[in-house]
Design a protein around this ligand. Sequence first.
Ligand SMILES: *[C@@H]1O[C@H](CO)[C@@H](O)[C@H](O)[C@H]1NC(C)=O
Ligand SMILES: *[C@@H]1O[C@H](CO)[C@@H](O)[C@H](O)[C@H]1NC(C)=O
Ligand SMILES: *[C@@H]1O[C@H](CO)[C@@H](O)[C@H](O)[C@H]1NC(C)=O
Length: 510
Amino acid sequence: MNFQLVQSARKGGGARPRRGVWLMKGAPPEQKTSSAAPPLRLVVVLVVVVWISLLYYQFPMLAGGGGAPLVTVGRSDSADDPCRGRYIYVHDLPPRFNADILRDCRKTKDHWPDMCGFVGNAGLGRPLADPLDRVFTGENGWYGTHQFALDAIFHNRMKQYGCLTNKSSLADAVFVPFYAGFDFVRYHWGYDNATKDAASVDLTQWLMRRPEWKRAGGRDHFLVAGRTGWDFRRSTNIDPNWGTNLLVMPGGREMSVLVLESSLVHEREYSVPYPTYFHPRSDAEVRRWQDRVRGLERRWLMAFVGAPRPDNPKNIRERIMAQCESTDGCAQLGCALGTSQCHSPYKIMRLFQTATFCLQPPGDSYTRRSVFDSMVAGCIPVFFHGMSAYLQYKWYLPEDHAKYSVFITEEDVRTGNLSIEAALREIPPERVERMREEVIRLIPTVLYADPRSKLETVRDAFDIAVEGIIGKVAGDRRGGAAAVDHIDTTSATDNHNLSPWQGLGSRRRK
Ligand SMILES: *[C@@H]1O[C@H](CO)[C@@H](O)[C@H](O)[C@H]1NC(C)=O
Ligand SMILES: *[C@@H]1O[C@H](CO)[C@@H](O)[C@H](O)[C@H]1NC(C)=O
Ligand SMILES: *[C@@H]1O[C@H](CO)[C@@H](O)[C@H](O)[C@H]1NC(C)=O
């Protein structure tokens, strides 16, 4: 069953399970063997630590001068250095790998809606105006953000990161600001493989020639590819025309990657939230929003925003929409093909903030941007597939998913055996209240703050991603045991014979 998860491919593509399994099994040799020799590793770590401390003593400016703009690192306080273990070196890529791609946003016009409206304001898109009630406005931190704009947003957030260093030797991780998602879009429709891969080949060649690559063979590098993982693994997709081969080619496969939806069968592929429309500039703005959402009156039991998938008989959206239609407790936006209501941030957010539960069935892929929009509105998500969130956003969402969400199986919806409305009404009001409070607590962690300013103490999705990736990269570099741990919690190896939620069960006991 689980491999229905890979086989019923989405957003066009879809991995071949065998290939995925093979890739897992073919894990790099040192990850399998080095766990057998902890003492040796310890010695190596000690030597490195001593050596680095020596460096600090000899060349204090190595750490201070080169690095973090906000932090002074000296020999006396290197132990209390708040950036210790968190330094990031950002590759200074030629503009053809990022800025030029955005400048050519109009080039995609024949094949994709003009992206130019989405790349401004540090990747946030155009500020919203909200003529109706002035809630969702640019002044309040709301933008018409594209779901696939994370490449740019993340890069701009990184420029504000407090522990940057330009001494790559001191970096705990190396960030590669390549706009892989935008690169996908510009050549996806109507171009041949070579054109689709040109920038990826160019980039990986560039990286592998750099001295920074040598230290760990690229294992300490990471990039953001703000789409699903499937979109960058053409040669393992069922559809041989889908996507670039960035994450399959040499130089690409060594790096870690942050994606919006992980295939879960590949190492070093981690999921982060889709961008929402809300990009606050201060802690106060976040708190104000949380308070507002907490106090809202929710007149709908449940809501759904999305289009049916008539071409996919297994998709349950049609059934969800029919159930919604048949009750007074449910509201939905008309998203039949050709209407644009579903793309109006105002309409979407206004609906979500007046509903208690938001239905989040899979669409083209398992995950949805809508999940995060609805959570920002304080609406409790209802999931129908383990891949839609529980197996994906482990850095972000509580392991105990009953704390903030409801799970209903697709099968129950398909057979028509279960009334979603009845199932939701059965949940006692105190429990609903607690779940909503948890969703509201999670709001800051699932949004990306405005990259042009800085939250003070609140941690957003970027902060959590950076912490997560540094942990993984450092684990990888320490070698064996850590790397094996890492495979255990992120790969789908332990899922191969399980349905996603059974896998989840065994995972959660861990
Ligand atoms: C190193 O980084 C600092 C701030 O992070 C910057 O001001 C400086 O120009 C950089 N130096 C070089 C040689 O890039
Ligand atoms: C494009 O690449 C895929 C795999 O990477 C391959 O299966 C397919 O045949 C290629 N298409 C052409 C036209 O060469
Ligand atoms: C409800 O589900 C059960 C088992 O899943 C099945 O045997 C039964 O036929 C279903 N009833 C209806 C009305 O679909």
